[in-house]
Design a protein around this ligand. Structure first.
Ligand code: AHR
Length: 495
């Protein structure tokens, strides 16, 4: 028997729903096929957006989508993607497989997708190979309501009203694919670019996100935060979980040993330490009236591509292990919600740790998708302190905790999400509630063998199931038995 303590008297604040954000890049089959289809494909769509995919994204209440990249963003010239489709420039997607990018999905199409999903857009500008003028014009094109050259251009392309895009990224991975800059050089560029990312409507101010560090590169974070911090609202952070001996020998998505599973969990939990160090750096660089926030706008499992697929398309399957990794990350983001205000899993469809996989007209929801479904009650809820009495699971050098928990309350409902990391042993849990009592409780779980996954022939192998829970001690406790290798969401009515 293990204990979990939930203490509603202590909170780090509200869990920003944008922690449940997505990332969609012009990469492989994420945008084209995954989201955007042509009439001749015969897939039901509205203005080119797949209905099945849009409905699935609405169900998990996607709050924000980051676009157009990724590395693609620093090669993207937005004017190539507006106006009559037949006149749009065809370019080479130099980062991802050297395929032709016909620019049929551009700014209007992205903002149409966001409208259909009901989410905020987050646009990443081109600092690596673009110009300040180009980025400044893009913001004016999207956000200027009155008379101006870019507002007139937008109107001539059929959109009268401004979209008021709030979130703007000042480049992507400028320490790497975004220009191989030094932090000092990037910080200068960031100041210059942000100066010309203007507000066109005081009721809809823009929110500027500087390119932050790659994983544990604290020097990058420090230099950028100290120098460019006053000009932006937040710094990004990118961290991928990559099991395997090195970058060129990544582990596989569906075939892995228990040791590799432990390694995947251990590498994932390292992000907690990286975030804490970034948070300290941001706090030290912030002014009392201007507290810099942290946005983890790329994260997730990065495995070897599926055999027989284009190596530049980063297509990988998604198992219960991915669901567990997603849940561990989400628990870590939530428990740092005073500074972590957005996170965008890479990527939304058909790329890396995806929510959704498609094959022609077929679609499957992955275990990662189901975890987002399980966690949606946390959005905009008040985070409350919770603690799990864990034991260490040991496999050689990999020592990982057996449980992870995060909790919140909203509208008289308490939500506790727990991961039983142990792939072989169920966990009997006694939850002790402090500061609150509950009248009734229910639970849903994602469970199975850690290798289980959904395929186009067997799309329902992994789904959410109801789990028995009992309210104990006159409403001051909850008892639950968590299956081995599972993610569970417990919901209780507060009295
Ligand atoms: O998500 C795939 C790639 O990973 C992104 O384009 C880039 O920003 C990161 O290196």
């Amino acid at each position: 028997m293990a204990h979990i303590v939930v203490n509603t008297k202590k909170s780090k604040g509200t869990i920003n729903k944008n922690i449940y954000g997505q990332f969609a890049e012009h990469l492989g089959r994420c945008i084209y096929e995954g989201v955007f289809v042509k009439e001749e494909d015969g897939i039901p769509n509205v203005n080119g957006m797949r209905c099945d995919v849009v409905n699935a994204l609405k169900n998990i209440k996607v709050p924000v989508i980051r676009w157009p990249g990724g590395c693609f963003a620093d090669t993207y010239h937005w004017m190539d993607g507006i106006g009559a489709k037949e006149n749009r420039k065809k370019i080479v997607n130099t980062n991802w497989g050297g395929v032709t990018e016909d620019n049929s999905f551009g700014t209007h199409e992205f903002l149409e997708l966001c409208k259909q999903v009901g989410c905020e857009p987050y646009i990443c500008g081109n600092v690596g190979s673009g110009t300040v003028q180009e980025m400044s014009d893009w913001v004016e094109y999207c956000n200027m309501g009155g008379v101006s050259p870019m507002a007139e251009l937008r109107r001539s392309n059929g959109h009268d009203e401004p979209w008021n895009v709030k979130y703007w990224g000042i480049g992507n991975e400028n320490w790497g694919c975004g220009g191989n800059m030094t932090p000092e050089y990037y910080a200068d560029e960031c100041e210059r670019y942000s100066t010309f990312v203007r507000n066109y409507d005081n009721d809809h101010p823009v929110y500027k996100i500087a390119c932050g560090a790659n994983a544990a590169d604290y020097n990058w974070a420090k230099v950028v935060a100290e120098k460019a911090g006053p000009f932006v609202d937040a710094l990004s952070l990118h961290y991928y979980t990559v099991p395997g001996p090195d970058w060129f020998n990544k582990g596989k998505a569906t075939e892995f040993t228990v040791s590799e599973y432990y390694e995947t969990v251990k590498k994932t939990l390292f992000l907690g330490e990286i975030m804490d160090n970034n948070i300290s750096i941001l706090k030290q660089a912030s002014k009392p009236e201007h507290q810099l926030k942290l946005i983890v706008d790329e994260w997730g499992n990065w495995f070897a591509v599926e055999p027989g697929t284009n190596p530049g398309f980063l297509y990988q399957q998604n198992t219960i292990r991915d669901g567990i990794i997603a849940a561990l990350n989400l628990n870590m983001f939530q428990d740092r919600c005073d500074t972590v205000v957005m996170a965008n899993i890479a990527q939304m469809i058909n790329v890396l740790q995806a929510m959704i996989l498609t094959e022609g007209p077929k679609m499957v929801l992955t275990p990662t998708y189901h975890v987002y479904d399980l966690y949606k009650d946390h959005m905009d809820a008040r985070q409350v302190e919770s603690y799990a009495e864990t034991e260490d699971l040991v496999d050689g050098d990999n020592v990982i905790p057996s449980l992870s928990v995060s909790s919140s309350e909203k509208d008289g409902k308490l939500t506790i999400t727990v991961v039983n990391v142990d792939p072989a042993k169920e966990a009997e849990i006694d939850i002790i509630l402090g500061g609150v009592k509950v009248s009734d409780a229910s639970a849903r779980t994602l469970a199975g063998d850690i290798h289980d996954h959904n395929t186009f022939d067997d799309p329902e192998k992994v789904t959410l199931k109801a789990l028995d829970v009992t309210v104990t001690d006159g409403g001051a406790g909850i008892k639950v038995k968590l299956p081995a290798g599972s993610v569970t969401s417990i919901t209780a009515t507060e009295i």
